[in-house]
Design a protein around this ligand. Structure first.
Ligand code: 13P
Ligand code: SF4
Length: 331
């Protein structure tokens, strides 16, 4: 039942289907980006959480797993990575001879920050013999300390490949780790990190939207807390959200993840309506780091050739192994 307090909370943002007749003319900045991209032999990779203007000039828009494969396969000279720092680092690690640009170098990630490499190194030293699985949302230095990387799209598969006699430490996301532990039945030690944006979703807020759209399936990211995941019809990576909304015969979906996801869904699932999972603060949920990249910064980085991702050789070598293992195991 709605309380008086609930009526003061922001209503969910509703994203109606795109009008197929509406013109999708590119702005002057977008035109310049496409010109510079050809000129510099660049490829633009964009995460699903980027703003629509950026997604529309990208060569590939996807989740962390898809972007890792695209970065590894890229034959362009320059990779412009529109996402956050750990994603651009991953692109550099799997393609060290290439120049990787991140339009806004300060675009970090609260989840990545919750597991500093020195703390992980100290924990491993105090607890020898652990098999360390790192969610890709971590720094290159943390990746260098791990046995295998996973994303939300392949975590179940990756954990399923680890010999049963090995004890697992899962870093840095306790929510994803808890979800994978439940799916695989594997006990794991969980690092106490979380995504500041996804933990803003509450049961009460999702119940408020369910009351407004009772027939709409709830689609949630595994970085949400367990009580919210338990309310969802499906818990999955951002890439799987697209396939689920395409294949499920409902016409409206409640999407419990970052707002940029709606851009991809509206383009690739035409005719359907997407309702953003609200928080106590807003009718949708933007990741402040993802939104540090702007279309102007994408143009500027192509103009100037910076800011670039730079990593010590030794870190690249050590971090490449667990990333390659993931790419191989999840084929
Ligand atoms: P995906 O790998 O599902 O795209 O998630 C990335 C992310 O940062 C979620 O917060
Ligand atoms: Fe990191 Fe969360 Fe932003 Fe994803 S949504 S980049 S996990 S802070």
């Amino acid at each position: 039942m709605m309380s008086q307090h609930d009526s003061l909370l922001p209503g969910p943002l509703v994203f109606q289907p795109l009008d197929p007749a509406a013109a999708t003319r590119l702005s002057a900045v977008q035109e310049e980006i496409l010109y510079l991209k050809r000129e510099r032999n660049a490829v633009i990779l964009a995460h699903n959480y980027q703003v629509d203007e950026i997604q529309r000039v990208a060569d590939f828009v996807g989740d962390s797993l898809g972007l890792s494969y695209k970065a590894a396969e890229a034959d362009a000279e320059l990779i412009v990575f529109c996402g956050v720092h750990f994603m651009a680092e991953t692109a550099k690690i799997v393609n060290p001879a290439k120049t990787v640009l991140l339009p806004e170098l300060a675009a970090g990630c609260s989840l990545s920050d919750s597991c500093p490499a020195e703390q992980l190194a100290a924990y491993k030293e105090a607890n020898p013999g652990l098999y360390v699985v790192a969610y890709i949302n971590c720094s290159a230095e943390v990746k260098a300390l791990c046995d295998v990387i996973c994303t939300s799209g392949n975590a179940e598969k990756i954990v399923g490949r680890i010999p049963p006699e090995r004890e697992i430490l899962f870093v840095p996301d306790q929510n994803l780790g808890q979800w994978v532990a439940r799916k695989t039945g594997r006990q794991m030690r969980l690092w106490p990190g979380s995504c500041y944006a996804h933990v803003l979703y509450t049961v009460r807020n999702i119940e408020r939207v369910k009351a407004l759209f009772p027939c709409a399936p709830v689609v949630a990211h595994p970085e949400c807390i367990e009580a919210v995941r338990d309310m969802a019809d499906i818990v999955c990576s951002t890439e799987k959200m697209v396939a689920y909304c395409q294949e499920t015969p409902a016409d409206t979906f409640i999407i419990v993840t970052e707002t940029g996801m709606m851009n991809r869904l509206r383009r690739e699932v035409p005719g359907k309506t997407f309702v953003a999972g609200p928080t106590d603060l807003c009718g949708c949920n933007d990741c402040r780091f993802m939104k540090m990249n702007t279309i102007e910064k994408v143009r500027d980085c192509l103009r100037s050739g910076g800011p670039q991702i730079e990593l010590p050789e030794a870190t690249i070598r050590a971090a490449e192994l667990p990333i390659r293992r993931m790419l191989e195991w999840s084929r």
